[in-house]
Design a protein around this ligand. Structure first.
Ligand SMILES: NC(=O)c1ccc[n+]([C@@H]2O[C@H](COP(=O)([O-])OP(=O)(O)OC[C@H]3O[C@@H](n4cnc5c(N)ncnc54)[C@H](O)[C@@H]3O)[C@@H](O)[C@H]2O)c1
Ligand SMILES: O=C/C=C/C=C(\O)C(=O)O
Length: 486
């Protein structure tokens, strides 16, 4: 039986309490291993280790030395690609065909891009006049923020955790990571890579456990953490924000969404279908940027529904090692209950179930997994919970619209504002509509195309702040102005 330990001050350690919890394989419901659950003592040890490391060799390194070590971390992830792939797919059940193209390559890229960026960051300077005529010189310098609490979700575990740890370390901080209780493996394996790359002890720490009244809450309540970066549900973000307010700690929040796809009659229908299939069903619909609301211009509505139905029914449901599989299980039976409750709600609200709506027949060795059918609905009213609440599953509702203004109003009608995808071959319309969508990220004729230098984050209740490229510097450093009288 695998034993998953904390990684604190450069060593793998048990919980003093001896408390552990099960890590479950979503493919078959079997126990992968036992995970140590951190108490306040372990969280405190991790925070103290991070604080001490800031004053040790890490805090004395030049930018170039830090960048070199982070490139070694990236190379370490790549060198152990198959182990990370195995671990991520064991924890999440996602197809290896997906994780090998998205999750694991980004686990390396998220270190490389910030290691390179930090070496080329300009600063600002202002000469000013003074009454005595001699003048003064102002210049900005950036310093690490200090100890960063990193709390990450289970849907893209390595990608989303390293998306925060990469810039945090590039900027000279130290981190205490609390991965999701559902997916402890890759954050733990990264500890070994950090050791091998020569990252000093205490720079990267991992504590396992749950949220409330467990490791997550103990981390957000710890007074010696300087800032928190969190990705997860909006409600959890509110809780973390309240905890961070004590001691006035800054937060970067990447939260939930209920993203709209807008498909105009003048779109390239093949592209729109391919892109909407991926955005609705990739990762079993467990992608915050995914599309759960599809608005289609009326003249192509019937054709679009028929094509998307055919595409959903052509998805290959299967386990991670199945080379044909492009559709895995949900993360857990608990999450499946939530998704199936929305499947039932849709029926209760009078939806037309275009396809899916239940649990697929699976072979005996997979029957214990958290499987659901990819599902498409039409016919619901705009106020149905299925159309307004984040489900975070492989499902979407399709609704016709008649005018551009109507489509924009529908897309902007919810308190979320994370992402949107617009499908049209009319360039003017693409720019005009994208400019009016209230979201942090808008794709045109594409989905999940990611340039890591760009601003990434949500508007409205989908988040606070932007991470990515130079935008990450605003959160992971303190910018100081020095004014020198000449
Ligand atoms: N905006 C984005 O970039 C983005 C990316 C991925 C997922 N998400 C969102 O994340 C959600 C799915 O992930 P999830 O179910 O893991 O989210 P979640 O909020 O339940 O948990 C996320 C993390 O927070 C921890 N946590 C929970 N309660 C806590 C508390 N009170 N104090 C401290 N930590 C706590 C969990 O243990 C986990 O590590 C969805 O809403 C999805 O939209 C957003
Ligand atoms: O499920 C949400 C996916 C988020 C993706 C990123 O944060 C990224 O691509 O950097």
């Amino acid at each position: 039986m695998k034993e998953i330990k904390h990684f604190i001050n450069g060593a793998f350690v048990d919980s003093a309490s001896g408390r552990t919890f099960e890590d479950i394989n979503p493919v078959n419901g079997q126990v992968i291993g036992r995970v140590h659950e951190a108490g306040r003592a372990e969280v405190d040890a991790a925070v103290r280790a991070a604080r001490a490391a800031l004053k040790g060799p890490w805090g004395k390194m030049t930018v170039a030395e830090r960048a070199e070590i982070l490139h070694r971390v990236a190379d370490g992830v790549t060198a152990r690609f198959d182990e990370f792939l195995e671990a991520e797919c064991l924890d999440t059940g996602k197809p290896k065909s997906l994780a090998s193209h998205i999750d694991i390559p980004r686990g390396a890229a998220n270190f490389k891009v910030f290691a390179d960026l930090i070496k080329n960051v300009p600063t600002e300077a202002f000469e000013m006049a003074t009454p005595d005529g001699a003048g003064a010189l102002n210049y900005g310098v950036r310093r690490p923020k200090g100890v960063i609490g990193v709390i990450s979700p289970w849907n893209l575990p390595l990608l989303l955790m390293t998306w925060k740890v990469g810039p945090a370390l590039a900027c000279g901080n130290c981190v205490v990571v609390k991965p999701s209780e559902e997916t402890p493996l890759t954050a733990t394996l990264l500890g070994e890579v950090m050791q091998a790359a020569g990252v000093p002890a205490g720079v990267y720490n991992v504590v396992h456990g749950f949220g409330g009244d467990s490791a997550g809450a103990f981390l957000t309540e710890h007074p010696d953490v300087d800032a928190y970066t969190f990705t997860g549900e909006t409600g959890t973000g509110e809780t973390i924000m309240r905890a961070a307010a004590k001691g006035v700690r800054q937060v970067s929040l990447e939260l939930g969404g209920k993203n709209a796809g807008i498909v105009f009659a003048d779109c390239d229908l093949d592209k729109a279908i391919e892109g909407t299939l991926r955005s609705a069903f990739a990762n079993c619909g467990q992608v915050c940027l995914g599309t759960e609301r599809v608005y289609v211009e009326r003249p192509i509505f019937d054709a679009f529904v028929a094509r998307l139905k055919a595409g959903a029914e052509a998805l290959k449901i299967g386990e991670p090692n199945d080379p044909e599989a492009n559709f895995g299980p949900l993360i857990s039976h608990k999450h499946r209950e939530k998704v199936l409750s929305y499947y039932q709600q849709a029926v209760d609200d009078g939806a037309t179930v275009v396809t899916g709506g239940g649990v697929p027949e699976m072979p005996a060795h997979l029957a214990g997994g958290a499987w659901v059918q990819p599902t498409i609905w039409t016919g619901l009213t705009d106020d149905s919970a299925v159309v307004t609440e984040e489900i975070f599953g492989p499902c979407c509702h399709i609704r016709p619209f008649d005018t551009e203004a109507e489509a924009i109003e529908l897309a902007n009608s919810l308190p979320y504002g994370l992402a949107s995808a617009i499908w049209t071959e009319n360039a003017s319309r693409a720019h005009r509509v994208a400019g009016q969508i209230e979201a942090g990220i808008v794709w045109v004729n594409s989905w999940f195309l990611r340039d890591l230098r760009t601003a990434f984050g949500g508007a409205k209740q989908s988040g606070i702040g932007r991470e990515g490229g130079v935008h990450s510097l605003e959160f992971y450093t303190e910018l100081k102005n020095i004014c020198v009288k000449l």
